[in-house]
Design a protein around this ligand. Structure first.
Ligand code: NI
Length: 226
């Protein structure tokens, strides 16, 4: 399941973040790519321990955990600190799958990556190429979003960043351990929750909505590990 969420940040907020990130100390993106993934990754990223990365991560994670559609799609349990990626002309990231277990910087703890998300900061008119292509049940989907929009997808899916042929593409990368490990179960819960929201907004029968809400919570009780 692939879910696009518009306006997680306003275009202005995305622009201000880009300006802050411009002055940051960017390094080679291959440091965090293991094995053969490093061979296909051409990008820059901020060191996980850099002050600006930590600051912006601390600002954005609460925005995500307060966003109803993000919570519904990802059911977040534990976040890996947000990471910041920049792709210049010639940059890209060939087909790969995200590592399953991620070590938290400066800690013996680990986070299992169940859900990945990319928050686009650069306006799409400012670079050519750079689509995020995600393989799913019915083939690959290419995603290139407006500044401030985000796409949520299973960390288990094969994906790639198409080569940037001009301009600069800057994104925020999100990985998290979900309360529900299985992508298909998360997809069912998301569909059910979205239908309940629509029925509620349409003023449907309250008792029936409560019954469906009960089904939602009882499925979550069966499927979550927290
Ligand atoms: Ni990836």
């Amino acid at each position: 399941m692939l879910v696009v969420i518009e306006n997680v940040l306003s275009a202005d907020e995305a622009g201000r973040l880009l300006a802050r990130l411009d002055d940051a100390d960017w390094g080679d993106g291959r440091v965090s790519a293991g094995g053969i993934a490093a061979d296909v990754k051409v990008s820059e990223q901020l060191d996980d321990s850099s002050e600006i990365a930590r600051q912006i991560s601390a600002e954005l994670v609460p925005r995500l955990t307060r966003h109803p559609k993000f919570v519904s799609a990802a059911l977040p349990h534990r976040f890996f600190p947000l990471r910041f990626g920049r792709y210049r002309e010639g940059g890209g990231y060939g087909t790969h799958v995200d590592g399953a277990i991620m070590s938290l910087p400066g800690s013996p703890d680990v986070v299992r990556s169940d859900v990945s998300a990319t928050l686009f900061l650069s306006p799409p008119g400012e670079y050519e190429g750079g689509e995020l292509a995600i393989e799913g049940e019915f083939g690959a989907t290419e995603v290139k979003l407006s500044a401030g929009d985000l796409v949520v997808y299973p960390s288990s899916s094969l994906h790639q960043v198409m080569r940037v042929t001009s301009g600069v593409r800057t994104v925020v990368l999100v990985w998290l351990q979900s309360m529900v490990r299985d992508a298909a179960q998360r997809g069912l819960l998301f569909d059910l929750d979205q239908s309940i929201q629509r029925l509620t907004n349409d003023g449907a029968d309250r008792d029936e909505i409560m019954r469906l809400t009960g089904v939602y919570h009882n499925l979550l009780r069966r499927w979550s590990d927290v």
